[in-house]
Design a protein around this ligand. Structure first.
Ligand SMILES: C[S@@+](CC[C@H](N)C(=O)[O-])C[C@H]1O[C@@H](n2cnc3c(N)ncnc32)[C@H](O)[C@@H]1O
Length: 359
């Protein structure tokens, strides 16, 4: 079976790291320290460690064994490696951060797969790095390298990548903070807007969880229509999204997490526009985990209100966990689902699903 190309990026970078240390006779010893940014896979870091380099790993997304903060640790490091991220702007931002963490003359690497845009990625290196060379091209992946010559032009720090854009969900424009790589950068998503339009009233003193909060529009809209003393918890595994949410929803409680572990319920309302991708591939794993755990996290009478594309079999998933499931709004390709009343009995997998949908 052929693996998705992106999965080969870290093994190819590891191959280059190993081969340069055996082939390069001009370098007396391997770099003492390296910073690896945004690589979810272990191959490169293990290869560097095998050659005696102390590796610091940073990722904006919560990942085992990695520092997860809004901005990488300052170092300095002897060399730096960046895994090609999803967006060009994020690649530019991470390469700036990378180049700010090594001394002049040190190598800055960018590695990734062809279908992630690595072939045309040399343009993302900041001014102040020298000519970009492909160090290794293999299995549809590339390792690009350039030497830092002078400090990069942008001031070092997440805030120099902030944009503030007015967004409006019908109650007036408000300035919204975005950083590169967050969901719906620079705009309000159509599915999010539909869910906001159909949000139920939030009673005084209610506790609300925004699962997969991103920059925080659902949490902010819930707070806007909440009675006194309502509390909103924003959960997301992306430290940079939560940094934006901290600015957009200052009254919210931020939780860096990818599931309900460590979250203290119960909640009167859980709202979500959940992710339906893992990497580039469509995946309902997080939706399944949300729907499976939400009943235990809800207070008696509490509801899960979520939005998803209509073509996805979300209704069937909800039916397995909740007694009452309704499609409460449709617009374009999106549907809002409202579910409440946990099912107490475990369903026999041989039993056909029964629907209690109100529509
Ligand atoms: C479709 S976006 C919605 C963001 C925001 N609620 C909005 O409407 O603009 C999904 C969000 O889920 C987050 N996410 C990804 N994996 C997650 C997980 N396992 N648990 C919770 N959130 C996750 C992503 O970082 C992203 O911010």
């Amino acid at each position: 079976m052929t693996r998705p190309r992106g999965e080969m990026a870290s093994p190819v970078a590891a191959e280059w790291a190993r081969s340069r240390s055996t082939a390069d006779t001009t370098t007396a010893s391997p770099p003492a320290t390296a910073l690896v940014l945004a690589d979810p896979a272990p191959h490169l870091s293990l290869a560097l460690e095998e050659s005696g380099t102390a590796v610091t790993r940073w990722h904006r997304f919560l990942s085992p064994g990695q520092i997860c903060t809004p901005w990488p640790p300052s170092g300095p490091f002897d060399e730096v490696w960046v895994r090609m991220p999803r967006s060009s702007l994020e690649a530019t931002m991470l390469l700036h951060a990378a180049a700010a963490r090594v001394p002049d003359g040190a190598p800055v690497h960018l590695f990734g797969a062809g279908d992630e845009g690595i072939r045309s990625a040399a343009k993302h290196f900041p001014a102040g790095t020298g000519e970009v060379h492909p160090a290794l091209i293999k299995r549809h992946c590339r390792v690009l390298v350039a030497a830092r010559q002078t400090p990069p032009p942008h001031e070092d720090g997440l805030d120099s990548w902030q944009i503030r854009v007015p967004i409006n969900w019908g109650t007036g424009p408000r300035d919204w903070t975005f950083y590169p790589g967050v969901f719906a950068h620079g705009r309000l998503d159509a599915a999010t807007t539909l869910l906001i339009d159909t949000l139920p009233p939030v009673p005084a003193g209610a506790r609300v969880l925004d699962f997969g909060a991103g920059t925080g529009p659902l949490a902010a809209a819930a707070l806007e229509r909440a009675g006194d003393g309502a509390e909103v918890v924003l959960l997301d595994p992306d430290a940079i999204s939560l940094a934006a949410a901290a600015r957009n929803v200052p009254a919210g409680n931020l939780v860096l997490a990818r599931d309900f572990t460590g979250i203290s319920g119960p909640f009167d309302l859980i709202v979500s526009n959940p992710p339906i991708h893992a990497g580039r591939a469509q995946s309902l794993r997080t939706v399944e985990a949300l729907v499976g755990s939400a009943p235990q996290a809800l207070a008696p009478g509490g509801e899960l209100v979520m939005v998803a594309q209509r073509r996805l079999r979300v209704g069937d998933l909800l039916d397995r966990s909740f007694k009452s499931v309704g499609a409460t709004a449709d617009r374009g390709p999106f549907r809002v689902w409202t579910a409440g009343g946990p099912r107490m009995r475990r369903r026999n997998p041989a039993e056909p699903l029964r629907s209690n949908r109100t529509r």
